[in-house]
Design a protein around this ligand. Sequence first.
Ligand SMILES: [Zn+2]
Length: 60
Amino acid sequence: MVTMICGCCGSKNVRRDAFAEWSEEYQCWELAELYDDSHCHDCGEQVAIEEIEIQMGASM
Ligand SMILES: [Zn+2]
């Protein structure tokens, strides 16, 4: 398993820019396209997102 963190401060409070499309089949918004623009809510600005491994069974 992996998770995404802010490359600047290490926060998991990060978002990616994306388009969502309405799915009649599932009756919810589905991600249609994912963009490279990433935003960290802790830094309050655009950042690079890093992918890190999650240790299974590690206590939070
Ligand atoms: Zn950050």
